[in-house]
Design a protein around this ligand. Structure first.
Ligand code: FES
Length: 336
């Protein structure tokens, strides 16, 4: 408690004790000899901390309403693996990033589908409160083998593919929304939305800037949570990497309380955007992996102290109850 009360924000204990006037000797005087007369207070504060501790993850799993927020997809309990795993030093991990980005013209798919139809994908109530939040509310949607991302932002719906083509990460619904402030030359269209242009409005030349182009400029963009490629939610263009783009889809809420997407037939959708086609697989990685050079440099040879074939000893019992260490907590703390 003395450390918690006196350390700077995010200051590690090592730096804290280095900077504590009097160092370790002073600390012993404070906590063992009660030099400052605060030990009873520190004990009480520690007890309060222990008494108020609870395992947030255990609580989340036990509460169906919270657990539902951690489903992969908002419209189904089914799941899809977006990346293969492989063994490394006896442990399973996702394969490394792929060597190449997916540079297909995903944005152009909307003009190449053989046909499209409006299809309900999720209840609109899922997005309750979205308009009060700067990032809106997003949902990952599963359709066949394809993963889609759907947002409600400032009263409008936007839908795209879920995969960021940079490293083929299925993550766009977890990104942050951004929106440029319209310039004065296009502010006349600020209240409108790019979806309107896609839904049938014609572009009309207005000086050098078309009205639809001005609307597109005001459309929000999604920033991939991994390496911050920014995609226009209207056009699908990547704003900071010309080689990349994403597929976008029209989306709207209807009186039946459902959100609809205008999608191609599911087979066609899967052929273009299916998870099994794009998920990162063994062999897609760049080079020999990020740690190979380091392993060579330090002469790493794996678990040299173990003979081949010797299995790790499992299920060693804890020598003391976890409660002693973690105050009745999550139960995962080893004794060392
Ligand atoms: S995976 Fe790299 S920016 Fe999205």
């Amino acid at each position: 408690m003395f450390y918690i009360r006196t350390a700077d924000k995010l200051q590690r204990t090592a730096r804290w004790i280095e900077q504590l006037p009097g160092g370790l000797a002073y600390l012993k005087e404070v906590v063992l000899e009660d030099r400052l007369g605060i030990c009873a207070s520190l004990e009480a504060q520690m007890q309060e901390l222990v008494d108020s501790f609870f395992d947030e993850w255990a609580e989340a799993i036990a509460d169906p309403a919270i657990a539902a927020k951690f489903r992969q997809f908002a419209n189904t309990d089914e799941g899809l693996e977006g990346v293969e795993t492989e063994k490394d030093r006896d442990q399973s991990r996702p394969v490394y990033w792929p060597r190449d980005a997916a540079t297909e013209d995903f944005a152009g798919l909307r003009d190449r589908w053989s046909s499209t139809s409006w299809q309900p994908v999720i209840e609109a109530s899922y997005f309750a409160g979205a308009d009060d939040m700067p990032n809106g509310v997003s949902a990952a949607i599963k359709r066949g083998d394809t993963q889609l991302a759907l947002w409600r932002v400032k009263g409008r719906y936007y839908a795209t593919q879920q995969m960021c083509p940079h490293k083929r990460a299925f993550a766009l619904s977890d990104g942050l929304i951004g929106q440029d402030v319209p310039s004065s030359s296009s502010s006349c269209s600020g209240a409108a939305n790019a979806n309107d242009a896609r839904n049938g409005e014609k572009e009309e030349t207005q000086g050098e800037v078309t009205e639809a182009a001005a609307k597109t400029a005001a459309a929000p963009w999604i920033s991939c949570p991994f390496h911050k490629r920014n995609y226009d939610l209207s056009s699908g263009a990547c704003r900071n990497d010309d080689a990349l783009s994403i597929a976008t889809f029209d989306a709207e809420e209807r009186a039946d309380g459902l959100v609809y997407l205008r999608l191609p037939p599911v087979e066609e959708l899967d052929a273009a955007l299916g998870t099994s086609k794009w998920k990162v697989k063994k062999g897609d990685a760049e080079g020999e992996g990020p740690f190979a050079e380091l392993d060579r440099k330090i002469g790493f040879k794996g678990r040299r102290a173990k003979k081949p074939g010797v299995r790790p000893v499992g299920d060693l019992p804890m020598r003391r109850p976890v409660e002693v260490m973690a105050g009745g907590g999550c139960g995962g703390a080893p004794e060392w």
